[in-house]
Design a protein around this ligand. Structure first.
Ligand code: NAP
Length: 306
């Protein structure tokens, strides 16, 4: 361990979330890490948060806090905007004031999904949902603030904790004989573990190697490689569990349905494919196909249930 590494101070907001939890694990050995969670955040008054920032004086502020309940956000838009836009704007202003790097996560839902190819960081945004609009406003306030920033747009995040598609499917396979899964939305399942490893790699490049922060400020897509539909993801989870000898499976049929047959409050983009060329080229990162990561996690989950 290089002593210099632990001198870099990182304030991590939201370490109880899917991404925040993994970030805590990945960054802890390399940085002087301080965690900020719900009890430290008053969305009406940022006094406590500001005093934490003042006292700790971070080199990097990582925001893994977000209002992520996409459907609930449709009827709870004030809270979604407070978390995804107002808090983010405040963090950006504090980052500017303290000359800290703000590292923030955003989403494929800033796009409308009508484009046929992979979205790049320059593609036109047009969110379809309250969640997408609130996240876009957060991004815009960061850019407007003039702070040093990295915005990582990710997609279809899952992990072994909290609420996500992979865990929902495992539960469905255990309890239902047949299930219906949407097959007309395309994206890239991305593990929170991959996101934390890629984030660590970027921070190491900037703080301990030869990457100049001023030259890399910007938005980056951060997902695994490849693409599938929700149905494809469900089938892959099912097949992997079977091949691992997971016993507790009741499901014998996974049916394809369209988004129109599975109506939800929030509209989702049909195409969420994000090009990862920029992050790979800029940070020299290795990214594998999405199935590699989901297979790994399923192996771990099955091992833990035995
Ligand atoms: N999940 C996805 O599929 C997905 C897809 C694309 C992009 N993203 C983006 O990836 C990032 C990480 O998402 P995630 O899946 O890790 O989210 P998550 O698991 O839902 O975690 C959200 C975090 O935000 C905190 N939080 C929410 N509301 C808060 C509030 N009012 N005050 C303080 N803390 C609050 C939560 O704290 P508590 O534990 O106290 O609730 C938790 O730590 C977000 O920027 C998200 O927009 C996620």
């Amino acid at each position: 361990m290089d002593k210099k590494e632990l001198l870099i101070k990182v304030l991590l907001l939201g370490s109880s979330g899917q991404v925040g939890f993994e970030l805590n694990n990945s960054l802890k050995p390399f940085f002087n890490l301080k965690l900020v969670n719900r009890s430290d955040i008053n969305l009406q008054d940022f006094e406590r948060l500001d005093s934490i920032i003042e006292k700790f004086s971070p080199d990097v502020i990582i925001n893994a806090i977000a209002y992520t309940d996409v459907d609930k956000a449709e009827s709870d838009s004030n809270e979604a905007f407070r978390v995804n836009a107002d808090l983010v704007q405040h963090l950006a202003e504090m980052a500017k004031l303290k000359d800290a790097l703000l590292l923030h996560y955003s989403t494929d839902y800033v796009f409308d999904g009508y484009f046929g190819g992979s979205y790049t960081e320059e593609s036109r945004v047009n969110p379809l949902s309250v969640y997408g609009k609130s996240k876009l406003l957060g991004e815009e306030s960061i850019i407007r603030s003039g702070c040093k920033y990295l915005i990582f747009r990710t997609c279809w995040v899952y992990s072994e904790r909290r609420k996500n598609f992979l865990l929902t499917m495992i539960n469905a396979f255990r309890t239902k004989e047949f299930i219906n899964v949407v097959d007309d939305q395309i994206g890239t399942p991305t593990s929170s573990n991959l996101i934390s490893e890629l984030t660590l790699n970027c921070l190491k490049k900037i703080f301990y190697q030869d990457t100049s922060l001023n030259e890399v400020i910007g938005i980056y897509n951060m997902t695994a490689k490849g693409e599938t539909s929700w149905h494809g993801f469900a089938v892959s989870i099912f097949e992997r569990l079977k091949s691992l000898g997971y016993k507790d499976m009741k499901t014998n049929s996974i049916n394809q349905i369209s988004s129109d047959e599975y109506l939800l409050p929030a509209k989702r983009p049909k195409n969420s494919k994000l090009s990862t060329a920029k992050i790979i080229e800029t940070f020299g990162t290795d990214i594998l196909n999405w199935e590699h990561y989901s297979n790994d996690l399923l192996e771990k989950i099955v091992a833990n249930t035995e």
